[in-house]
Design a protein around this ligand. Structure first.
Ligand code: NOJ
Length: 749
């Protein structure tokens, strides 16, 4: 397919046909999350888009660990493999575009969708996001970088205005998207929220100025679902594709009698029905933070009228159509290069497989591997790893179910599950199980709210029995969790219900108590110093218990915190002023600027409970021989025009030795400490600049080279753009943002 062919197609299309390519419709089969009907007359097939970052949301699919667990693995190769596996399942289910990855930064520790995002750091998010995108795209599926940009809270996400400086956007919030674009993402999804006064679905400066003009993005920009507000503003502002485009009536009619009745009305009467009324009918969308689904579209009749009235040039529509056709073209869909929408295109893998099944052993194993690698050993007094002959008491309200994700559009129905109880029963000689306290609800957007487990229980949990079981076992394992969902933020960092009390009581009964925390982000751990070990497993997905058993019985996970675990919400840089969070009068002011996460803890001199980058190993690593050099190829280091940003600025080499007599995995982390900036410009004390995850056998030494890109040295100045201040830069290599092992300086005067 050539541009000439796309041009020819565009000139053959009528305006009505063009408009069919810039807004979604309901999938006749009801499976795709977003659907374009195509134009049969010109052999443009339907295009199918599906959620989302944790797995394919179409019947059963592998429920991979939450994206935050991938963030905790700090390994781009693993992210690429996961992206590739997701692409295979997407194709096998007959879809073309995956609505993932989520690249928003973790700004608010209680953010409802933190589990869908990678980290609080732009460098980590960029490296992993780019690899994920590459995996999806090389698997023949379009990746969608979402939610562009500053969708950092769920609270009033549909209307809130993020008031954020250009510097913070450039240094913190945009890099992940830039990396995804450079890695070849087919699509970008505009966020629901506003940024500095404009809805993202119509944000000309960011969509046209930054994304297209600066970054040369040639893919399609779609709205988030019901995130379009005005046909002309969106068309002129850079939006290519309105999603879902189909009216709420059309989308939900199969499930609602009232909506079916509404469908029978003439379209003109339907247009008169006000959105709130429809929202009430589709009540699961009526929550705080959820957009009102509207009973009409913007990029259909209204856009057509705008073209007729001369408010939008047809050439503008043509550009959008070209980009959407470009999406098709990437995967040979305009040449009949692949069978669009056909299930089973990924092929059966085993003799018993039906062509559309994705219940594959290798994907379950990958889910297990990512869950293990994303597990962070936060604290361990030596109780771990277990020997194998201990009796266990597994205590916890939901310990007999795998935690397969949070609520919302990322929900996946797993192909199989392994709960913590099952996983540990397969290893330990004796396992007693007691809930101790009431199950925590696993919120769902697609089910009656509340935990299915809670509904299935006949008898209430017995606190005393749990404590007694713990006292009688060699080791007590307490599985705690939160219940986060898209559409609302967690109301506090505390674990829900009586779980803290349960941990304390178990720890008092058994000094060998291991706490396993399954949470979307940081939780308060008031008992952290009183238990023998704390293990963070996020939302581990369908292989939960299997991965958990791997780690408890000695597999060195290699996970490191992708976000700071503070002692309390008030310690975070967004706390202390409603302006910063949750916002006042629909405005949330990013007054902390670039001081997000560990950058803010460092500025404020606040000790986190566990710092960014932290994670223990069963092995023991020594560091020496750090050498840092300027990379002189490609011009001066301070020649930091935008295209050169990713070019290497410094090379750091360091030798790492596994001093233990067992294999282990280390994440070597390099942080840059910039010199003082000009008066009035505050810079973070240190910022992550490069990292590598390495597996070393006992006694093995390896020299690791970390490339520090120019952008890691630079700050963004409104007037001068990317700027490298002259002076001495510290390069610190260590085990976390606060565990320095070796240091060097380099003079960039
Ligand atoms: C809204 C979510 O914000 C987005 O991530 C998702 O892809 C769409 N809904 C479609 O489900």
């Amino acid at each position: 397919m050539t541009d000439a062919r796309i041009d020819a197609l565009v000139s053959d299309l009528t305006l009505d046909e063009k408009l069919r390519l810039v807004r979604g419709r309901a999938d006749p089969e009801g499976r795709a999350t977003g659907y374009l009907p195509g134009v049969e007359r010109l052999d443009v097939p339907p295009l199918r888009l599906v959620d989302g970052p944790l797995g394919v949301r179409d019947r059963e699919a592998t429920a991979f660990p939450a994206t935050v667990a991938l963030g905790a693995a700090w390994d781009p190769d693993l992210a690429r493999r996961l992206g590739r596996a997701l692409a295979d399942e997407t194709r096998t289910r007959g879809h073309d575009v995956l609505l993932a990855p989520g690249l928003n930064l973790v700004r608010v520790p209680t953010g409802g969708r933190n589990f869908e995002y990678l980290s609080e750091d732009p460098e980590l998010t960029s490296a992993l996001g780019a690899a994920y995108v590459d995996g999806v795209e090389t698997g023949g599926v379009g990746a969608t970088a979402k939610h562009f940009v500053a969708n950092n809270q769920e609270h009033r996400r549909d209307t809130v205005d993020a008031v954020v400086s250009e510097r913070a956007l450039r240094e913190i919030y945009l890099p992940g998207f830039r990396a995804a674009v450079d890695a070849g993402a087919s699509a970008v999804m505009a966020a629901y929220n506003r940024v500095n006064g404009h809805y993202m679905s119509e944000h000309r400066d960011l969509l046209e100025g930054v994304l297209r003009d600066e970054w040369d993005f040639d893919g399609a920009v779609m709205s988030d679902w019901w995130g379009t507000h005005d046909a002309v503003a969106a068309a002129e502002g850079g939006l290519d594709l309105e999603m879902p485009g189909a009216s709420v009536v059309e989308l939900f009619a199969p499930r609602s009698r009232a909506l079916r009745a509404m469908l029978r009305l003439r379209p003109s009467d339907r247009l008169g029905i006000d959105p709130p009324l429809v929202s009430r009918l589709v009540d699961r969308f009526a929550d705080d933070g959820q957009p009102d689904p509207y009973p009409f579209d913007f990029f259909g009749e209204p856009l057509k009228r705008a073209v007729a009235d001369g408010l939008v040039a047809e050439a503008t529509i043509d550009r959008k159509v070209r980009r959407v056709l470009g999406l098709y073209d990437r995967f040979g869909m305009l040449d009949g290069g692949r069978s669009p929408g056909a299930e089973g295109v990924g092929g059966a893998r085993g003799p018993g497989d039906s062509p559309s099944s994705v219940d594959w052993d290798d994907h379950h194993d990958l889910a297990r591997e990512v869950a293990r690698r994303g597990t962070v050993l936060l604290a361990d007094d030596g109780v771990l790893p277990l020997d194998g002959d201990e009796s266990l008491a597994v205590v916890g309200p939901n310990a007999d179910e795998a935690k397969v994700g949070g609520g919302g559009s990322s929900e996946v129905t797993p192909t199989r599950t392994v709960s913590p109880v099952e996983g540990l029963r397969s290893r330990a000689p004796r396992v007693a199980f007691e809930r101790g306290v009431k199950p925590v609800a696993n919120p769902s957007m697609f089910d009656v709210p509340g935990s299915g487990l809670r509904r299935r229980l006949r008898t209430g949990p017995d606190f005393e029995a749990a404590v007694e079981a713990a006292a009688a076992a060699d080791v007590a394992v307490v599985v705690v969790q939160d219940g986060a969902t898209e559409g609302e933020d967690r109301d506090s960092m505390a674990l829900p219900g009586n779980q803290d009390r349960l941990v304390r009581a178990v720890a008092e009964a058994n000094p060998r108590t291991v706490v396993l925390c399954r949470s979307s982000g940081p939780v308060e751990m008031p008992w952290a110093d009183d238990v023998a070990a704390v293990v963070q497993t996020w939302y581990p997905g369908q292989a939960d218990g299997a991965a958990l058993a791997d780690v408890l019985y000695g597999a060195d996970p290699g996970g490191r915190l992708p976000m700071t675990v503070g002692r309390r919400f008030d310690d975070y840089p967004v706390a202390g002023d409603e302006r910063r969070y949750p916002g006042v009068d629909e405005h949330v002011h990013y007054d902390e600027g670039v001081f997000v996460g560990y950058r803010g803890f460092d500025r404020d001199g606040v000790a986190p409970r566990f710092p960014f980058g932290h994670g223990l190993s069963y092995a023991d690593f020594g560091y020496d021989d750090l050498a840092v050099e300027r990379v002189r190829t490609g011009g001066a280091v301070d020649d930091l025009d935008a295209p050169g940003l990713d070019a290497p600025g410094l090379d750091a080499t360091v030798t790492v030795e596994n001093r233990a007599d067992r294999p282990g995995r280390e994440v070597v982390q390099a942080y840059v400490e910039p010199p003082a900036a000009p008066a009035g410009v505050a810079r973070p004390r240190r910022e992550l600049a490069g990292f590598e995850s390495i597996a070393l056998d006992g006694g093995e030494r390896r020299t690791v080279s970390l490339s520090v890109p120019r952008r890691a040295l630079a700050r963004y100045d409104r007037r001068d753009g990317w700027t490298v201040d002259a002076g001495e830069y510290g390069v610190v290599v260590g085990r976390s943002s606060r565990e320095e092992r070796v240091r060097a300086t380099v003079d960039l005067s």
